[in-house]
Design a protein around this ligand. Structure first.
Ligand code: FAD
Length: 422
């Protein structure tokens, strides 16, 4: 018996339900990744993806298999490979974005045409979207986080699967199906090292996760995005340890937005709250200054420049910069969300646009009119200004918290702009 496992954003061997099921059911397994030119992803994420694939390939080789990499439409290619190797079935992780669901539908049709069995598996979230529903299970989806969090905690998600010990490829696969690349920093091995190295910080997570300069959050988001780590395994590994709850709660936010996207596929373009009022200004100069980190508000500029430099931004900075764009400059959340989506290593439709809508007041925030004051936020979460000095070199010589209000200095720092007019 031969099975094909189509990897998408579950780029790991540990706790990967599709891979484990194939390893159990078939004597030979063909792990496959199809590079899809139609997939929207910025350069940062593309680079990271290649690293993840290199690492996945090494892990599969250690277990006696390899990774087949092809280019084209994943549905067509997966079925082509399945036919070529005489596979009876294809396994794939179910996912929630419009793009992923369309891909799954095409795969379903292509498999049906060729009488190949298609099996979908969980693995992208801790609890599958749609598995927990309000109103004793009969409702559609949770619109508010706290009741979702309560129901989510009561689920049975703690059984984690290891990696298959041994995998066998069919004989004589074409050499052109395999790629070689240099050793990566992304991928499952780096993700597992990062998780282990970070775990001692778990106890301090609640107190430290908002301290922008300390940089004490896990930085696991790109790995979770590409599925280098199973979110279920991460949750199970910390569960019950001192300080775990606030961290697990963040993983639950991730699941929450996935079930929102599952129920509301237009999250990327349409206001989630139908009654939300939207009056955005066409402020292309302000938008450009924001993108480049030249708004003249240091905490906003520091966040935007961290994004440009690292393809990642601290969560508190994401909140401040997104709120400033939508609630101070009154620029459309879609423009901000698209910029983030383009650059973020962890950029995903559910978390990015779900959070943007939350901040803009069009989404799941129960207080949609809240507005973060960037200066107050700066003093609270970057009290001595180290985060700003790290990312805004024009302000590197301004000492202490004065860095947050350069307009009050006796001499304006050279090269740093005055705040945009609101
Ligand atoms: P930690 O604090 O260590 O949290 C652990 C994990 O929990 C994260 O890796 C992430 O998977 C999840 N998580 C934490 N906070 C949130 C949250 N608010 N919503 C959903 N999941 C969360 N996260 C993304 O993964 N992709 C995005 O595209 C994204 N866009 C965002 C846009 C805006 C405007 C805002 C305000 C937040 C966004 N987030 C996004 C959520 C959050 O900022 C990041 O997940 C977090 O900063 C990642 O850093 P970390 O791994 O160190 O987080």
């Amino acid at each position: 018996k031969v099975a094909v496992v189509l990897f998408t954003r579950d780029l790991r061997v540990h706790d990967n339900p599709a891979l484990s099921a194939a390893a159990r059911a078939a004597e030979r397994v063909v792990p496959l990744f199809v590079h899809d030119p139609a997939l929207p992803a910025g350069d940062n994420r593309r680079r990271f993806l290649l690293e993840c694939l290199t690492d996945l390939k090494a892990s599969l080789r250690q277990r006696g298999a390899d990774l087949v990499e092809l280019r084209g439409d994943p549905a067509t290619e997966a079925v082509r490979v399945a036919k070529a190797v005489g596979a009876e079935g294809i396994g794939v992780a179910a996912d929630v974005s419009g793009y992923a669901r369309d891909r799954e539908r095409r795969l379903e049709r292509a498999c049906a045409d060729e009488r190949i069995a298609l099996k979908t598996f969980p693995g992208v979230t801790v609890v599958p979207p749609g598995a927990v529903r309000p109103g004793s299970g009969g409702g559609e989806h949770y619109k508010v986080f706290t009741p979702y969090w309560r129901a989510w905690q009561a689920q049975r998600w703690r059984d984690v699967e290891g990696a298959p010990r041994k995998l066998r490829l069919p004989d004589d696969l074409p050499a052109s199906w395999f790629k070689d690349r240099p050793a990566p920093t992304g991928g499952e091995s780096a993700a597992r090292r990062r998780l282990t190295a970070w775990l001692p910080q778990l106890e301090g997570y609640e107190d430290n996760h908002d301290a922008m300069a300390a940089d004490k959050t896990s930085r696991l988001s790109p790995y979770l995005h590409f599925g280098c780590l199973s979110p279920r395994e991460v949750a199970a590994r910390v569960d019950g340890h001192p300080g775990a709850e606030p961290f697990v709660r963040q993983l639950c936010w991730r699941d929450f937005y996935h079930q929102v996207l599952f129920a509301f596929p237009d999250l990327r373009r349409k206001a989630y709250r139908a009654s939300a009022e939207e009056h955005w200004r066409d402020e292309s100069d302000a938008l450009q200054a924001w993108r480049e980190g030249h708004t003249g508000v240091p905490i906003v500029d520091a966040g935007m420049r961290q994004l440009l430099a690292e393809g990642w931004m601290h969560n508190r900075a994401r909140l401040i910069t997104a709120s400033y764009l939508t609630k101070h400059l009154n620029v459309d959340w879609r423009a901000g969300g698209d910029h983030f989506f383009d650059l973020l290593l962890d950029g995903d439709v559910a978390n990015n646009y779900g959070n943007w809508q939350w901040v803009a007041g069009t989404g799941n925030d129960t207080k949609p009119y809240r507005r973060f004051n960037p200066i107050r936020q700066a003093h609270r979460f970057d009290p001595v200004g180290d985060y700003v000095r790290r990312y805004v070199p024009e302000l590197a010589d301004v000492e202490g918290k004065a860095v947050h209000e350069p307009w009050n200095l006796p001499e304006p720092p050279p090269g740093y702009p005055a705040p945009l007019k609101l």
